[in-house]
Write a protein that binds this ligand. Sequence first.
Ligand SMILES: NC(=O)c1ccc[n+]([C@@H]2O[C@H](COP(=O)([O-])OP(=O)(O)OC[C@H]3O[C@@H](n4cnc5c(N)ncnc54)[C@H](OP(=O)(O)O)[C@@H]3O)[C@@H](O)[C@H]2O)c1
Length: 281
Amino acid sequence: MPDTARPWVLITGCSSGIGKALVSVCRAAGWGVVATARRPADLAELSAGEDLRTLNLDVTSAESIALGVRACADLRLVALINNAGYGQMGPLEFIRPEELRAQFETNVVGLHAVTNAFLPLIRKHATQGEGRIVQVASMLGRLSIPLAGPYNASKHAVVALAETLRLEIGREIHVVLVEPGAVASSFRTTIARSWGDLPQRIQGTRYERILAGFMKTREKQAEHFAGSPEQAARCILKALTRKRPPRRILIRPEARLAGWAKAVMPAALWEWLLRRSYGLH
Ligand SMILES: NC(=O)c1ccc[n+]([C@@H]2O[C@H](COP(=O)([O-])OP(=O)(O)OC[C@H]3O[C@@H](n4cnc5c(N)ncnc54)[C@H](OP(=O)(O)O)[C@@H]3O)[C@@H](O)[C@H]2O)c1
C-alpha cells in the first residue's frame, strides 16, 4: 500500500512499556507507525518495514518536536498517541520546585507541545471523523495517592487538557483520554531513578520508613493487579479503529473500581484507607 493511502499514527515514548507494545499492535492492525523515542538505539530492535518510521523525539525539546514534524511531512498522518511520561514520586514537603517543574515539562507541557505541533498535519490529512488525538493520563488523573504528588498533579492536568481540547476541536478530530491502572512496564524502575537524592533528603524523617514501604506497596500492587503493556495497547487501539471512539478508555478493572470507590465512599474513610495502605496512619 503506498504511503499516501495508509493511515499513519505517531506515538511518543516507544522505547519501552505501553509505547513499545503500541507499535506492534498498531502495525498489526494495518496502521503505519511513526515510533519515537529519545534514544535511537531504543528503537533499533523494531522490525523494519514500509509501515514503520523511527524518529528521535524528546517531548521536552521544541527543536526535536519541530524536526519530527518535518520528518512526517510526506506521510498521511491522521493520529497521534501522546504516551511518553514518567512518575516523579516523593512526599510533597520534600519535592523541590524544579522536580515538580520537570514532571510537568514532560507529562503536561510536552504532551501539549507535541499535540499542537502535529495537529496541523492531522487536520491536513484526516478525512471527516478520521483524525485522532489520544492522551495517555492515568487512574491518578482522577484520584490522588500519597507520595505521588507531582505525578498525580501532572495526570490531573492531562485530564483537564484532554477534556478542554475535546470541547474545542472534538467535532473535527476525536480526542480520547486513556486512563490506565497498573501496567507492568519500566515505569516503576524509572520512579526510583527520578527520585535522585530524595532518599538522602528524607533521612531521619518519618518518610524514611514510609518511602521504603511505598515501593514495596507499589510492587505488591503491581504483582496483584498489573496488566501487560500488550493488553493496554490493545485497549488503546480502540481509539484508532472505532468509528466513534470512546471519550475515555479505562485500562484495568481496578482503575474503574478505585474511581467508583472514591465517588461513593465518605471522604474520611477513603483517606483512612489510603493512609493505611501507604503506612501514613
Ligand atoms: N505503567 C503504569 O502502571 C501506568 C499507569 C498509568 C499511566 N501510565 C502512563 O502510561 C504512559 C507509558 O508509561 P509506561 O507504563 O509504558 O512506562 P515506561 O515503560 O517507563 O515508558 C515511558 C516512556 O516515556 C518515555 N519518555 C519519558 N520522558 C520522555 C521525554 N522527555 N520525551 C520522550 N519520551 C519520554 C520513556 O522514554 P525513555 O526510555 O527515554 O525514558 C518511555 O519510552 C506514561 O504516560 C505513564 O504515565 C502508566
